[in-house]
Design a protein around this ligand. Structure first.
Ligand SMILES: Cc1cc2nc3c(=O)[nH]c(=O)nc-3n(C[C@H](O)[C@H](O)[C@H](O)COP(=O)(O)O)c2cc1C
Length: 386
């Protein structure tokens, strides 16, 4: 029976454990480039014991970014910065993963802490957003959406393939398509955003066509020996949107188009969800279990799995193969070390680089002073009145 710290092999790639840092957009790029900030962020999580480390969603076209400060992989000039990141991740013992995406009708935004609103197409930091149909996302997204023509869809798939070639050149070994969270792929899958009457709209088969063609385009250039995965908007939590049964059917078709692993998430194609689950423990787990059972494909998911005992339990029961951690990875670069200690593994420090672990294991220290919380803090009165 595997546990959270069992190695995990998919295709020719083996992770040292089942803990992945989930992709997180950081608004820290200029011209889509990775820089020292990304090297620090991702390198430290690899050094902190994560088995798989995702860079943020990287846009396959310039107008596929969330904001002008977001990362991209639409230009060969972006490969160098990405290569620095992948070699650091590898050097720290983890596998480097990339998430390719296009934000579709949810692009052209300001940074969240500058207000996060969508900018109009004629703003210096804005652009014309695109989608399957000319339907803006309700709420804060108010500018008109350009409905993509079939030729434009083809061009976007070609951009995914070109980005996958750059990802390979930059040293990534795990590739995920971001087709969740209301971005372009997610909006093609959702009847809330996609009201096309051609072969890309209507039935589940048609709404998943964008996904299948993207998989085909990427698989043609991404080696068979490396994992190709997708984060899927598998439920819109709205009666008129994607239902989870749609995802079961779509993923079973994707399996025939080279999908190796499904990273389940929600659609976020509307704010009008009948259940807003964001603070519920492990709220994707029942769907993950069903997908694995019904489709027989390896599955990962995120959303409130940062409790070590829960993460370990759902790997042991084989509900999921990989635990994807977002906020816990931001809050604690050494989450895997902390989890190893909470789960009473023999040597939690064997997860960090030898340069640190040797000292931590061999240099005598007061047990309350190695850098993590203790259950019974020692008395400190002898220091009173010094
Ligand atoms: C700051 C931030 C940025 C995020 N950016 C992305 C992203 O680029 N791509 C993506 O698929 N999910 C993104 N997410 C979602 C996370 O990957 C993750 O799925 C989500 O936070 C739920 O997991 P958690 O409960 O462990 O945080 C982001 C989340 C946060 C907090």
């Amino acid at each position: 029976m595997p546990d959270l710290f069992s190695p995990y092999t998919l295709k020719d790639v083996t992770l040292r454990n089942r803990i992945a840092m989930s992709p997180m957009t950081m608004y820290r790029s200029t011209d889509g480039l990775m820089n020292d900030f990304h090297l620090m962020l991702l390198g430290s999580r690899a050094a902190g014991g994560f088995g798989l480390v995702f860079a943020e969603q990287l846009a396959v076209t310039k107008d596929g970014r969330t904001s002008v400060s977001c990362g991209g992989i639409y230009d060969d000039a972006q490969i160098d910065g990405l290569s620095r990141v992948t070699s650091m991740i590898k050097d720290m013992g983890a596998v480097a993963a990339i998430q390719l995406g296009h934000t579709g009708r949810k692009g052209s935004e300001r940074k969240p802490w500058d207000g996060g609103e969508q900018l109009p197409p004629d703003h210096p930091d804005g652009w014309q957003v695109v989608g399957p149909s000319a339907i803006p996302y309700g709420g804060k997204y108010k500018y008109p959406v350009h409905a993509l023509s079939k030729d434009e869809i083809k061009a976007i798939h070609a951009s995914f393939a070109r980005a996958a070639e750059r990802a390979l050149a930059a040293g990534f070994e795990w590739l995920e398509l971001h087709f969740a969270h209301g971005y372009l792929g997610s909006s093609f899958f959702s009847p809330l955003a996609n009201q096309r009457t051609d072969e890309y709209g209507g039935s589940v088969e048609n709404r998943a066509r964008f996904h299948l063609e993207a998989l085909d385009a990427v698989r043609a250039v991404w080696p068979e020996r490396l994992p190709l995965t997708m984060r899927l908007g598998s439920d819109d939590l709205n009666d008129a949107g994607v239902q989870f049964d749609d995802a079961i059917l779509a993923v079973s078709m994707m399996k025939e188009h080279g999908l190796d692993f499904a990273d389940l998430s929600i659609g976020i194609n509307t704010d009008a969800m009948h259940q807003v689950p964001f603070d519920e423990l492990g709220f994707m787990l029942d769907r993950a279990a069903r997908l694995k059972r019904d489709v027989g494909i390896p599955v990962g998911t995120s959303w409130n799995l940062g409790l070590p005992a829960l993460a370990d339990k759902v790997v042991r029961s084989e509900v999921i193969d990989l635990v994807m951690l977002g906020r816990p990875a931001l809050a604690n670069p050494h989450w895997p070390v902390w989890a190893a200690r909470e789960l009473e593994r023999d040597d939690p420090f064997d997860l960090v680089p030898e340069d640190w672990s040797w000292w931590l294991s061999n240099l005598r220290a007061h047990p309350a002073c190695v850098g993590w919380p203790v259950n019974n803090p020692p008395a400190m009165d002898k220091f009173d009145g010094l």
